[in-house]
Design a protein around this ligand. Sequence first.
Ligand code: CTP
Length: 401
Amino acid sequence: MSVLSGKKILLGISGGIAAYKSPLIVRLLKSLGAEVKIVMTPSAKDFVTPLTLSTLSNHPVYSTFTEELYDNPVWNDHVALGKWADLLLIAPATSNTLSAMVHAKCNNLLIATYLSCTCPVYIAPAMDLDMYAHPANQQNLKELNRIGNKVLSVGEGFLASGLHGKGRMLEPEEIIRHISEDLESGLPLYGKKVLITAGPTYEPIDPVRFIGNHSSGKMGFALAEEARQLGAHVTLISGPTVLVASPDIDRHNVLTAQEMYAIALEYFAETDIAIAAAAVADFKPLNVGDQKIKKESGFQSIELEKTLDILAEMGKRKQKQFLLGFALETEDEISNAIKKIKSKNLDAIVLNSLNEHGAGFSVDSNKVTYIDQNETIIPFELKSKILVAKDIFSQILTQNA
Ligand code: CTP
């Protein structure tokens, strides 16, 4: 999922020839799941029509402080627009607009909105080569950068004047890539590797039967999505489940505890945060039938052996990693969970409540208690597994800070 998904983006368009590319910016942002509103300067309308932009953005386009509605003047509230935005992108930003931004020269709705914004502001300058190189414009760009705006570079090539050089607005794809990378780099888990085990394991009895459990994998998948949204590179090792993970999650499907163990330990050494959310079968049949076991065979019992404990092994090999386990207890819940922190060398454990209606296997909600190494007990309310995943990561980040 793109870091721009769900973001409210205000696109400011000023009056330069590069404005003809702004509909493409709107399209790209929308295709990444962003909501887009547009403020344009009156002169930008000479280059691109408000109708094109309002059709693509599914929102009215604003360009004047007031407009007539049923014979009444209506105020286009630049303050509300500025507060609405998670991010303001001014593309193209002409020499005139850059200068007005530096000097707070509030002579159009775009500048008024810019001055009202408290969100990050990205600027994609566009002008002819000598205008761009002019010390006055370079000084303005420097100043805009100094006061906290994010000034993007310009492209080099054929210009509308017929000249060749530096000053073109970056292509829409480049603008969006720069913004996405910048936003990603500010995320708390940017550059971190997170390993998550999820779902059940199936331990074969014969080619058609297995020992398994009711785990749906929903908690582990919610954790994987949250880690991804926090900027991490996520490796998700999943037992059998119908769930679908985002394409940018590195997913490995496994069947048995043995397979989960092998992949988890292959990745563990280079992991920063490992979370064992899988409901790994604790036992597996000692002998697996080559053929389907027939009723007539007199078969009466299955001899079991323990599976390898993936979490305990990660605990043994732990160096710099933050290691989080899950516990499901039916008696002495807290003290048993704390014992597991010590016995498996964990940094923290999440205790699942089995007794709570609406929590546990298969359902979409969960009620958990987070317990850290110092035995600090943090209980959470019953909530969706997506929100539980947010609570868990906020504790990990606090503990890891
Ligand atoms: N776990 C694991 N590998 C196993 C068994 C468990 O990685 N073979 C992990 C689970 O993913 C979970 C934690 O260990 O994070 C707790 O598992 P649980 O089955 O509750 O505890 P056990 O240590 O197996 O002990 P017991 O069943 O006796 O409570």
